[in-house]
Design a protein. Sequence first.
Length: 278
Amino acid sequence: MPGFSNGFPGIFMLKFIYKEHMHMNKYIKTSHLSATEKINSGIIYLLPDIIIKIFTLIPLIFLWKVVMSSGVQVGMSIEQMLTYTYISALLADMLVVKTAATGWLSEGVILKLYGRPLSIFGQLIAQTVGSWMPTLLLFSIPMAFVSPVFGINIIPVSPLFFFSLLLCISLGFAIDFLFACLSIKLRNMNWLIDRIRMAIVSLLSGTVIPIKLLPFGISEIMKYQPFACLGGAPLSIFTGSAKAAEVIALQFFWNLILWPLVLFAFHKSQEGMVSYGG
């Protein structure tokens, strides 16, 4: 290739690729450390959480079977509803993203992040993704294999589900960072902000209760708000209960709106940071 095999353009390109590769390796290593941190005390310490997840999911599956079999109309078939609930439990961490950012002042998280030669958001994203791995390996994957026992199909109706899931995760990080910036402004109200955030996101994202089930026709309005583009969006594509093109367009729109807002809010919030230890 002209200019690549020899000469300055080729050397510059090789150096650029090498630097980018090393840069990404730092984030991959951060993610790996975050994953291993959760199992440092041994896998047995994660088992209570896994057992709770299993014993929460199984009764919920049978509850929906009873409710749907009674003839209740929810805009989805019983097969779609069961798959929706099952996949929501398996991918819970990804559908509603929660990072350590909300407690970055009171818990001193921000001091650690600023002490490393990596971007703040990049570190938080890498740490969060790494923390998902133990649950995926110990709960999500094994439960995916046993799904036929409960008569549940875990094959997505459309492959666009995977693209929608990526947009969902991206938007989830943006919303989490916005709440984190709010916690900087309100300082000593971190716990209250976190509780309010979890209540709002859980209800309006459609992960606990599908948007279609909201009463009085408000589901048609609520599906356009940003929280509905989180968990409920990829789940509706997975089950085929919504038009993939419309859902992905909304997700893309809210990503374009919220990420610039996140960057602006964080830039302004840094001036008001007061963390324990200095």
